[in-house]
Design a protein around this ligand. Structure first.
Ligand code: SF4
Length: 239
């Protein structure tokens, strides 16, 4: 396999600001398959695997990246799933610059391999194929007065989003979180993960997690991770 020795990461496409002003979808659009393969080819498969040491859950990074480079995205997803249940979330909110990518040897003379972006691509691809049994949603706020689907939304209002669509609005962050988590739970759901953003204190996140626990069916295990992500007060994942 030919390596890609470009010192820079493949850029992540993003919505044009003029388009972004009129929707609530993610600003970063994610890699295409071609971009993901191209970026994966920047990995030189170091024997000592320093990137794995930098990953808090020890994802087998060179192995999954190698599958992406070969275009076998399902194999890549299976390898990630051995160590992580939340690649779509981690690919978006983990501070990769101080974790896996911070240890990547390609970062010595250029930019590290964009491990997070490739992980996000694999997770989104698996969700599109119906392979990933994980649903994710976000809670954020309206940055301006606007109108969406014929409904007026006031600046500062709290919005629950699924697939970039507003499914509820509220003035109470805790209520928005437990209502969203409860609506996402199906009979066969086993785990809810609440990932709190940088604008939510640990105390508030723990309290919200406890309320979600009380509102969800008793067989569902609810846990909290401090993600520290900007923009989203909470990202909620149900599997
Ligand atoms: S450190 Fe970077 S180049 Fe080396 S195996 Fe990990 S991702 Fe690939």
């Amino acid at each position: 396999m030919a390596f890609n020795m470009d010192p820079k990461k493949c850029p992540m496409p993003a919505q044009d600001p003029q388009v972004r002003r009129h929707n609530f979808e993610e600003v970063a659009l994610g890699y295409t398959a071609e971009m993901a393969v191209n970026e994966a080819k920047r990995c030189i498969h170091c024997k000592n695997r320093p990137c794995v040491e930098g990953c808090p859950v020890g994802i087998k990074i060179p192995e999954f990246i190698a599958q992406v480079a070969e275009g076998d995205f399902e194999a890549a997803y299976q390898i990630i799933s051995e160590d992580s249940a939340l690649p779509a979330v981690c690919g978006r909110v983990c501070p990769q610059e101080s974790q896996c990518e911070g240890k990547c040897v390609r970062g010595g003379k250029g930019e590290p391999v964009a491990i997070g972006r490739v992980e996000r691509f694999v997770a989104d691809w698996a969700a599109e194929q119906g392979i990933a049994n994980v649903a994710t949603a976000q809670i954020t706020y309206a940055a301006r007065d606007s109108e969406y689907d014929g409904k007026r939304i006031r600046k500062g209002e709290i919005m629950s989003l699924e697939n970039g669509k507003i499914v509820a609005t509220s003035n109470d962050l805790t209520k928005a979180a437990y209502r969203l988590a409860r609506s996402m739970c199906r009979k066969d759901s086993s785990f809810v993960t609440v990932i709190s953003g940088c604008d939510v204190s640990d105390e508030d996140a723990e309290r919200t997690t406890e309320i979600i626990k009380a509102k969800c069916p008793s067989h569902v295990e609810v846990s909290h991770i401090r993600g520290g992500q900007p923009v989203y007060y909470y990202m909620i994942s149900v599997e």
